[in-house]
Design a protein around this ligand. Structure first.
Ligand SMILES: CC(C)(COP(=O)(O)OP(=O)(O)OC[C@H]1O[C@@H](n2cnc3c(N)ncnc32)[C@H](O)[C@@H]1OP(=O)(O)O)[C@@H](O)C(=O)NCCC(=O)NCCS
Length: 195
């Protein structure tokens, strides 16, 4: 389902909406305004999104195309001090789950980590989040540490990792950073939840 493409600043509203919907029933999942705004800073920086409306089979009614939806999103950030890349966000919209999108996004995250020059990808997951735990364990991730409900997982990446991803973008310009800052100020996440 859908096209996997790099996100842009235009995706911030759909991205916040996806996160709100995907995490609201996840144990330990946080969907408060401050958390969503924190994740939204990644839009257009290190994020790939699965564009639900790009799928011709999901013929979108007019109102949906005016308010674009995303089927999924993944964010990978470099953590050079820890010698790994970090899976910051992995989310699939609830209507699109169980069809392999989680696997697909995780594959891209691993490819992105390798493109960034890292041989290991790590993440945090809540120990009560069984679908996510199952996904990571099936993909060869191993428990590295536990703290409360939080579990840190990691996986050495096979080399070479096949990738069809475009090369990472240049860092944002001053003008882009300013625009993003203004957008985030305007962000009214409380109004983004799908009705
Ligand atoms: C975790 C998540 C990304 C999986 O996405 P998905 O598109 O449903 O995943 P897939 O269809 O690719 O399935 C991948 C694996 O996840 C596991 N899985 C998916 N749904 C599951 C469920 N309901 N129960 C148990 N395991 C499940 C299985 O191991 C599955 O592998 P398999 O099909 O080879 O057996 C999705 O449930 C989600 O977005 N959850 C909310 C956000 C979240 O928890 N993100 C991760 C935070 S660390």
């Amino acid at each position: 389902m859908g096209e996997l493409r790099p996100a842009s600043s235009l995706d911030w509203r759909a991205f916040a909406s996806l996160l709100h919907e995907a995490f609201r029933d996840v144990p330990g999942g946080r969907t408060d305004r401050a958390t969503l705004a924190w994740y939204c800073r990644d839009v257009g920086h290190a994020l790939e999104v699965l564009d639900a409306d790009a799928d011709p089979r999901a013929a979108a009614p007019l109102c949906a195309s005016l308010r674009p939806r995303l089927a999924g999103a993944v964010v990978v950030l470099p953590r050079p001090n820890e010698g790994c890349a970090w899976l910051e966000v992995l989310a699939v919209a609830s209507h699109a789950r169980g069809r392999g999108l989680g696997h697909r996004l995780l594959s891209h995250a691993e490819a992105r980590a390798a493109t960034l020059g890292f041989a290991r990808l790590e993440l945090n997951v809540d120990a009560r989040n069984h679908p996510a735990l199952s996904l990571y364990e099936r993909r060869g991730y191993r428990r590295l540490a536990e703290s409360g409900h939080g579990v840190r997982y990691g996986r050495e990446l096979p080399t070479p990792v096949p990738t069809s991803l475009p090369p990472p973008r240049d860092p944002p310009t001053t003008a882009q950073r300013f625009t993003r800052k203004v957008l985030f100020r305007l962000l009214r996440v409380g109004e983004l939840a799908p009705s």
